[in-house]
Design a protein around this ligand. Structure first.
Ligand code: WTA
Length: 652
């Protein structure tokens, strides 16, 4: 995209992208207008992109009315997800690679064709059946990022079982509560895994979790991955290989209703205990397949790599279901971006000719610190598009990603979505949208974002407000597992009859959105609304800063003060000078109302097992209320919190 820089920091759509991409600006306008004017007709047409056993005759039957929220798409159609992700590709793409699996050790990689995937998934499905699993039963999957993880998930969909996939970071307590909540009778795990050269004691952690719930789980299926010896409880624990020998090879797909649950995904959110987000079969698959094609401009021959853990919604939708429904080659990586060296991601891209690369700003920031040389020893010539997801990307990180990783020629799609939304709701489209660092572009087809003020008044034009979605889209969550009331309360009661995202956003004159952060992360300082994400973005733009998290705390004069937690890049030392410099840097970058009151240097930030910063804890430490953290069962790094408490700055 060299030479396409327009106004400062804005990149127009390169000519070749406008000409070649599936969606150019005109087509976007026309399709978006049609999707809003007549969702029935629009989705009636696009729903056909997947194979239906019995075609649907109704398309949309949804209500956001408070107290009566009900979301149903394509409801009289029947289909099967594994059939769509595997069987229907066999005639034309049987020998194409479905999965490239890259191990933690750079020597380990494997390629699995669609035909091989087919055989594995049928075997897995029969193994699950042999353990009593059938339609509607729940299976917890607790595996590293290895092909067996996708086999197990797809096998569930083949026989109509509901999977709940948990992160390998999950400590036993979280594992136990999620297994109990889902009432899974079968858990799939591995002996152990390796990540970043370190051992993941999966079976040991699972055993500790199951000690707490002996009556729930009747069968544990163990994949021999590292070959490490583990204790096996007689009658309950079985090695996958041994079960596989005893079951048939063939397993026809179950006919599933469009609204049958496909999976439960536990998300920690910022409050309370993990909630089980429920996605269903037909609408989810249509939506993830369609967004995967158009957002990434996916074409046959692309090698698609989404670095997210599969146990995250991003991995479900854009490592597994979207790409495989489109017959793509998807790359799964077991390791970390920094092992065995800071160039690991870039080595993998070159070795496997990755063309579409999708990652999170956190990962990019962790690699930026090691400089450009680690990237430049690779050519990265195969890349044609980059994606970002999960958190706002600050301009410094965006620029580095664009210039150093993308060589200035790859568009970046900054995609905004949530576990709850199933697929991407707002994003630039590479052939249609001009790019601006920090902007998540415009809504995808069928998505009706609105900005509202605290009282729920809809704001027009250029505005800054709370982000709600006014109508349903096919990939939307249907309920919270066994708690429809909480679902209604958390998402549909704050602004009645609208889906509340929990995010704040800004809309510019061109109708492009930027996410300003979670609503609960907005600080009101002397009457000014301050998005913590804006302050964080300014802080990490400073050369010494690695990560930053900003919260509010009660302030006598201003209402709220700004409290920043800052981690420094390697080799930088904390000092009072640096503290002062950061405060004046931020004032200079984004204005004097953003004067930070307190800067606490931190070793690390408290994060959930899925890598999200737990701001609730940071807020409490800033308020000097260190005994009021609430439920910390999703906290992955408790030692960091102790250090933060010891060094807190607002001691009474
Ligand atoms: C945030 C992740 C800014 C947002 C897919 C959302 C983002 C939450 C972006 C959902 C983005 C996600 N820019 N913020 N591109 N993408 N978020 O459920 O606050 O893990 O509500 O799903 O991440 O996180 P979740």
């Amino acid at each position: 995209m060299n030479g396409n820089k327009q106004a400062a920091g804005v990149y127009s759509v390169p000519k070749q992208w406008a000409e070649r991409a599936f969606i150019d600006a005109q087509r976007y306008e026309a399709m978006y207008a049609a999707s809003i004017a007549n969702p029935e007709e629009f989705w009636g047409e696009h729903g056909k992109r997947i194979h239906w056993i019995k075609p649907y005759s109704t398309v949309k039957n949804t209500s956001f009315e408070s107290g009566k929220v009900s979301i149903r798409w394509f409801e009289d159609g029947t289909t099967n997800v594994s059939y769509n992700c595997i069987d229907r590709h066999l005639t034309e793409r049987g020998d194409k690679f479905a999965i490239i699996s890259v191990g933690d050790d750079p020597k380990d990689d494997a390629r699995i064709t669609y035909r091989e995937l087919y055989a594995h998934v049928m075997k897995w499905a029969n193994v699950l059946r042999s353990q009593g699993i059938g339609k509607g039963d729940k299976v917890t999957v607790y595996l590293p990022m290895i092909p067996e993880l996708t086999y197990a998930m797809l096998a569930c969909t083949r026989i109509g079982a509901i999977h709940s996939t948990l992160s390998t970071n999950c400590p036993p307590k979280v594992l136990a509560s999620c297994i109990a909540d889902a009432a899974s009778t079968v858990v799939v795990t591995a002996d152990s895994g390796t990540r970043g050269g370190r051992k993941l004691e999966l079976k040991v952690k699972l055993d500790a979790a199951l000690d707490k719930l002996p009556e729930v789980v009747t069968s544990v299926i163990v994949v021999k991955h590292t070959g490490a010896p583990v204790s096996m409880l007689k009658g309950r624990d079985h090695y996958y290989d041994e079960l596989a020998e005893t079951v048939p090879d063939q397993c026809p797909p179950e006919e599933m209703k469009a609204e049958d649950p496909l999976f439960v995904l536990y998300t920690s959110g910022s409050t309370g205990k993990p909630k089980g987000v429920v996605h269903t079969t037909g609408g989810y698959l249509v939506y993830t397949a369609m967004t995967h094609q158009y957002v990434f401009d996916y074409r046959d021959g692309d090698i698609h790599w989404c670095t997210a853990e599969i146990s995250w919604i991003t991995g479900h939708s854009y490592t597994v279901y979207g790409p495989l429904a489109n017959g793509a080659t998807t790359l799964i990586f077991e390791g970390t971006p920094t092992y065995p060296s800071m160039s690991r991601y870039w080595d993998i891209i070159d070795k496997h000719k990755v063309s579409l690369f999708y990652t999170a700003p956190t990962a990019i920031r962790s690699l930026m610190g090691s400089g450009e040389d680690a990237v430049k020893s690779n050519s990265l010539a195969s890349l044609r598009l980059l994606g970002s997801v999960g958190e706002p990307i600050d301009p410094k990180t965006w620029d580095w990603y664009h210039r150093v990783v993308g060589g200035g020629r790859c568009p970046i799609v900054d995609t905004w979505f949530q576990t709850e939304t199933g697929g991407i709701l707002m994003t630039p489209l590479p052939g249609a949208t001009e790019l601006k660092p920090g902007s998540v572009g415009t809504p995808f087809f069928g998505v009706r974002p609105e900005l509202v003020d605290a009282a729920g008044n809809v704001l027009d034009g250029v505005a800054n407000g709370n982000l709600v979605i006014a109508d349903s889209w096919p990939g939307q969550m249907r309920t919270l597992y066994r708690d429809h009331e909480r679902f209604e309360q958390e998402y549909f009661s704050i602004y009645p009859d609208k889906y509340f995202t929990g995010d704040g956003a800004r809309r510019d004159a061109g109708g492009h959105y930027s996410i300003t952060g979670r609503i609960d992360d907005v600080i009101n300082v002397s009457g000014h609304r301050i998005g913590t994400a804006e302050v964080e973005s300014a802080l990490v733009a400073h050369a010494s800063v690695s990560e930053a998290a900003v919260v509010g705390y009660p302030h006598e004069i201003k209402g709220q003060g700004i409290y920043a937690y800052v981690t420094l890049i390697d080799g930088e030392a904390a000092s009072d000078e640096l503290r002062k410099e950061l405060v004046s840097w931020v004032r200079k970058e984004i204005g004097p109302i953003f004067t930070i009151d307190k800067v606490q240097f931190a070793q690390g930030l408290p994060k959930t097992t899925s890598g999200k910063i737990i701001r609730r804890i940071l807020r409490k430490i800033a308020e000097d209320k260190c005994t009021e953290f609430g439920d910390t069962s999703t906290l992955s790094n408790p030692a960091v919190v102790d250090h933060l408490i010891d060094n807190r700055l607002n001691r009474k």
